[in-house]
Each structure stands twice: as C-alpha cells, then as structure tokens.
Design a protein around this ligand. Sequence first.
Ligand code: SF4
Length: 140
Amino acid sequence: MSRDDGDGKYVLTNRYTGEKTMVEVDPDKTDLYADRSMIEGFPDACPFLRFRTPDGKACCTVHLTRPEMCRDFGCWRLLILKQDGSRAGRVMGRSHFCPDDPELARLWEEQIRDIEEPGDDAWDRAVITILTGIGYSVQK
Ligand code: SF4
C-alpha cells in the first residue's frame, strides 16, 4: 500500500497478481479510519478494517472503492479455496470462520475449531498445514 498525497487516497498492489487499485477512504468514514486503536490487537488485519462501536461489527473504510478481489471474495484474513479456485471459506478477525462449503464446515468442526496456539501466526501455520494437506489452498 502506498499513500498518495495525504488526501485519503492509496494505491494498493495485489501481492498475488500485481494488480494496482486506487482506493479512497469513504467520505463518511474518515474519523473511523483515523482511529487505529481498534485494530492494534490485529497486526495482520487489512489497514482499512475498523470495528464500529457499539456493535463491534467489522467495517471496510474504503468500501466504495474497494479492490476487485474484495468485491469478489469479501474481507478475510485467510481465504480458503477449493482446487477449482472457488471459495470454500474465509477466516475473519482472529479466528472467526465463515464457511461456503459444507464439507469444509464439517472438517473445521472436527479438526480445526479447537486448535489453540500461542499467537495468530502459529495458529495460521497450524490451520494452513491441515487445510493444504487435505487439498485446499490458502491465501493469507
Ligand atoms: S474489503 Fe476488507 S480486505 Fe478489502 S479493503 Fe476493505 S477492509 Fe480491506
């Protein structure tokens, strides 16, 4: 991500495809975007993610201009794809799992839900090892 010139515009580079997208903080979310305190506990979170108060729901502060990948796949920390490239599920926040594939939902309950690791990176590694071992691909 690179800052344009202080006017709330950024150029994002997709690290997988190299595609560049200009995004701009939504006019009604500039105060929300300026408050980084709510994502301090999530070092791997997208820099545009914030949590609304008081409901605590996740919010994209560049929703109106968000990149194509976000439009296609939604907001995620881990994106889990089937072998044909279709979405099987996403992990948002720390470890909140949103399944798209019933088979993955079942596997998650059986093999992943109760994993406890000291820290997000270790948890990610453990989950990615399991998922790639059974044929999914995972983007982080
Ligand atoms: S949709 Fe999510 S990942 Fe995409 S820019 Fe918004 S907060 Fe970031």
